[in-house]
Write a protein of this length. Structure first.
Length: 940
């Protein structure tokens, strides 16, 4: 018998593995397993939990798991089995056969197995599985005989050849599917399930022919050869494109590898007392504590996935198979109690007997995660409070704070960009920001589509429901501004080509005209034609409870970046304990202000400039009064003007065009002269690299009138609000400092005006003056800068830009390629680069605190709301993080998790704000502190 011969030659005698060979195979059968949950890295999630469940006495079909260590050895040696692996596999198979009472390839009692992948982190559907392995021309007959079901046996065989052909032999699945469809047509039936046994038998012959013609070999009849090939194919599926992509998106390392579990097949499709299903121990959408799930009678897992038949809700099992329902309910309770977390369980019933095929911690929505964590601690006392805090992924809280696309929505996206905010929006496409404002005034919902945005577009952006740009990264203007508002924003959608003059944009073959409705899915970056259903944010009691726990537990505090009183109120609502960044340039773009700002820039001399600047003062003062009131008694960090001045003027190209037109026609001399002056000023201001040009404190130093006015506005506002009996804590922040001299000078300028205002108003408002650390040099000379600064705030947007040398507005051009080729692990403007930029942050903090122990240090770059970056900020001892109001809850949770994982030393020394107020540096006490610091510096 060919089969018996080959079996003999392929299966070596099952000897015990030699002492030098690692244990590659871990068995589980009859209530006993070699492994357990503790071996997740070695056995993968599926393998370790099958072992754990076996030990718990949960009914699991017998099997064994090949370790990830075996995968590593196989992978490292050019896809060769390491010595000893096959011996251990066949020994494991022997034990599995004994437990199952059947043998692989046995012509009378054939064992069939599944061969499944399983990484240590769940990668659902990304790797391969082979089912029904062990079938051949002989065993199929035995299966038919034993089950007294010809149809079932031949159906299993045709499924096996299809899956094996696809996964192991790399034959396109279509080759099988077209023949299956033809067979259905010939038999005059609609579904696979209606195909009679004879048709399936004929199909198997056809399928074997496909294998022969496509591989030049007969379909392998030796079950051991089938097993060896299937194990290798599952090993190799670690490198399937979808698996590689999934790991990149979820930031999972490539070197983990997959374990392979070989397990006795159980069948849910052998009749009306069989079935298969998936259940959750709680509702994964809401978190409600109720048994949730679906099942299909007389079906295999594949049928559930294929969606040919609609599964029944799990309650229906109660009437159909009451004993099974009772047992399954008890098992799900047991598993949840054991793992102390919501479980996602796969089960199969074979002729009334229940088997559990997998359990894992169930994926859940943000809302469900919060509810489950809070209830498991507060109501059920199953977990402690820290565990509850660790159970919720900070990023998942986004879903609770903004409108999102309904998860049930089905659609095809025409383009995908970078998801700048998780919010979704629906509206009519408009390309002109002014038109966006007009339409919004008419209560129309619009989506502003631009190649990129600039500060001039702010009104249009604000009026729009969402913003789509074809260029720019996650810290481009559009992204930063929209994030601050929690507004839907998709940036850098490279496939979108905006043809403003034709009032349309193209994306691949799609053409979207002005006025057409689109949906932006901010969570995924997808652009969809038409209106998709959106769902409202939920702000549940559980959410508030969890946020309270996080605030209680975090030692790194959380502030918000906010530019208006409305934003400040929103920030407080979301739990901010102050403002870490007011970008004052955003206040210059109001309708009434722009002409004054332009006068200021166009001014020929300091006197004219001061005149214009003075007209801005009342506006600024009003803004600050509003913000101080909204934030009292918390601190407010106000940054003096940062961007290059030309950003406030019309675009050079437009001015030049109009100027040239008038030039040629020779009329409207007044306008011509005005444009001429504008053009000349623009030319004078034009910079090759504005990001590295005349901005930040360089601007404030060369045009001191501007900073003087801003400091006066801040201090007058502070004095007024203090006069109203509210506590104010203004922190005046100098942007883009790179040298000690810059810091010293701007500090002196600030103190001079502030003292003047205090003297004028007679209100001794305490203020402090600090700096952004966003130029790498500032971090390196932080010890000296700290002699003049009372706090530091890391501007990691610019610090990232200048450390990498990547323009924050142009990174979109090469970032997708860099991510794909793994030249960068992620967008460094979204996730703080801890090794490089983070090292500068560390240096800056260490050196700053060397001069001023306990120096208050924060972060106000976009990273301040990104969970892994927040944890980093906690580890390096920051006093606070500051992020957009909508990220505040996320940051609190990340900060609390940071504290739980790495508790901060109780000294309080590193915390800045945590010290008693009397010991904190303040402007009033500054000179004493600075002289102490000076001594220290000299001593070094
Ligand atoms: C920064 O650079 O991190 C920062 C907060 O400033 P801006 O984004 O305004 O340049
Ligand atoms: Mg900056």
């Amino acid at each position: 018998m060919a089969h018996a011969r080959s079996r003999k030659s392929a299966r070596p005698s099952a000897r015990r593995p030699s002492a030098r060979v690692p244990k590659y195979v871990y068995g589980f059968a009859n209530g006993k397993a070699d492994g357990s949950s503790a071996l997740r890295s070695l056995l993968g999630g599926k393998g370790c939990e099958l072992a754990e469940m076996t030990n718990l006495g949960v009914p699991v079909p017998p099997g064994f798991t090949i370790t990830t260590e075996a995968w590593s050895a196989y992978n490292a040696s050019g896809k060769k089995h390491p010595p000893g692996l096959w011996n251990q596999v066949t020994a494991g198979l022997g034990r599995l056969e004994a437990a199952a009472g059947a043998r692989l390839g046995d012509p009378a009692r054939p064992l069939l197995v599944s061969v499944r992948s399983g990484a240590r982190a769940s990668m659902p559907g990304m790797m391969d599985t082979v089912l029904n392995l062990g079938l051949n021309d002989q065993t199929v007959e035995a299966l038919a005989k034993r089950t007294r079901n010809d149809r079932f046996a031949w159906d299993c065989y045709r499924r096996f050849i299809t899956l094996f052909g696809d996964v192991v032999l790399s034959i396109e699945r279509r080759a099988f599917d077209t023949r299956l469809d033809a067979a259905k047509t010939r038999a005059g039936v609609k579904t696979d399930a209606d195909l009679p046994a004879d048709a399936l038998r004929a199909l198997v012959t056809e399928f074997k022919g496909v294998v022969q013609s496509q591989t030049g070999r007969t379909f392998p009849q030796d079950p051991l050869e089938q097993l060896r090939l299937a194990i290798n194919a599952v090993f190799d599926s670690w490198w399937a494109k979808k698996a590689v992509d999934y790991r990149r998106i979820h930031r999972l390392p490539d070197d983990w590898g997959t374990a392979v579990t070989v397990m006795a097949m159980v069948f849910g499709n052998v009749g009306p007392t069989s079935g298969t299903g998936v259940c959750f121990s709680r509702d994964p959408a809401t978190g409600e504590r109720r048994f949730f799930g679906e099942f299909l009678v007389n079906a295999q897992g594949e049928d559930v996935v294929a969606g040919i038949r609609t599964p029944e809700p799990i309650e229906a099992l109660k009437t159909r198979m009451p004993a099974v329902h009772k047992k399954l309910t008890a098992i799900k309770d047991r598993l949840e109690a054991h793992y102390r977390d919501m479980q996602d369980i796969e089960f199969t019933v074979q002729e009334g007997r229940l088997y559990i095929l997998q359990t894992r911690s169930g994926k859940r929505t943000g809302a469900a995660a919060v509810r489950i964590a809070v209830e498991m601690f507060a109501k059920e006392k199953r977990i402690d409070r820290d565990t509850a805090l660790l159970r919720v992924e900070p990023a998942s809280l986004h879903q609770l704070l903004v409108k999102t696309v309904d998860q049930k929505a089905k659609y095809t996206a025409i383009a995908t960009g970078l998801p700048a905010t998780p919010a979704a929006a629906v509206g009519k496409v408009v390309f002109d920001p002014e038109k966006a404002v007009e339409m919004a005034l008419r209560e129309e919902k619009v989506i502003l589509v631009r190649p990129e945005t600039s500060p001039e577009d702010v009104a249009g952006m604000h009026a729009a429901q969402g913003v789509l740009t074809s260029r720019g990264g996650l810290t481009s203007h559009a992204a930063v501004v929209a994030r601050g508002w929690g507004k839907c924003c998709v940036v850098g959608a490279g496939d979108v080509v905006v043809e403003e003059e034709n009032h349309l944009f193209r994306a691949g073959r799609a053409v979207v005209r002005e006025g057409q409705v689109v949906t932006l899915n901010g969570a995924t970056g997808e652009v969809i034609v038409g209106a998709q259903p959106l769902v409202d944010p939920t702000f549940s009691d559980e959410f508030r409870t969890l946020l309270g726990w996080a605030q209680d537990r975090a030692t790194t505090r959380v502030r918000a970046n906010a530019d208006t009183p409305a934003d400040a109120s929103k920030a407080r609502e979301f739990g901010a304990e102050g403002i870490g960044l007011v970008r004052t340039e955003h206040m210059f773009f109001g309708e009434e202000r722009i002409p004054i700002v332009r006068d200021m820039i166009m001014a020929g001399d300091a006197q004219a400039r001061r005149k214009a600047v003075d007209r801005l003062l009342p506006f600024q003062r009003e803004d600050f009064i509003g913000i101080f009131r909204a934030m009292a008694p918390h601190p407010v960090t106000i940054r003096l003007l940062d961007p290059p001045l030309h950003e406030f003027l019309p675009k050079y190209k437009e001015v030049l065009e109009e100027y040239t037109r008038l030039d040629a026609r020779g009329f409207n001399p007044e306008r011509h002269a005005e444009l001429g002056a504008l053009k000349a000023r623009l030319e004078a201001l034009l910079e090759a690299n504005p990001m590295l040009g005349h901005r930040g404190c360089r601007l404030g130093i060369t045009f001191p009138e501007i900073y003087d006015m801003q400091v006066r506005a801040i201090m007058e506002a502070a004095c007024q609000v203090a006069g109203e009996g509210l506590q104010v804590e203004p922190e005046i922040m100098i942007p883009l400092t790179g040298t000690v001299a810059e810091m010293k000078l701007t500090r002196e300028m600030t103190d001079r005006v502030a003292r003047q205002v205090i003297a004028e108003t007679g209100k001794a408002v305490e203020y402090s003056v600090g700096t952004m650390i966003e130029v790498p040099r500032a971090a390196l000379v932080a010890d000296r800068i700290a002699e003049h600064a009372e706090f530091f705030s890391f501007g990691t947007n610019d610090l990232t830009q200048m450390t990498y040398g990547y323009s924050r507005d142009d990174i979109g051009k090469f970032l997708p390629f860099y991510l794909e080729k793994k030249l960068l692990p992620h967008d460094p403007f979204a996730v703080l680069d801890q090794r490089g930029v983070g090292e500068l942050v560390r240096i800056g903090i260490d050196r700053g605190r060397h001069t001023v122990p306990g120096l208050k240090v924060g972060i106000c770059g976009e990273h301040g709301g990104e969970p892994s970056s927040v944890e980093f900020c906690h580890r390096v001892g920051m006093t606070y993080v500051s992020c957009s109001p909508y990220m505040v809850p996320v940051a609190w949770l990340a900060a609390a998790q940071g504290e739980i994982k790495e508790p901060r030393k109780a000294s309080g020394q590193l915390l800045g704000e945590a010290q008693p107020k009397a010991s904190r540096p303040s402007s009033a006490r500054r000179s004493r502190k600075a002289s102490r610091a000076n001594t220290k510096v000299k001593l070094r």
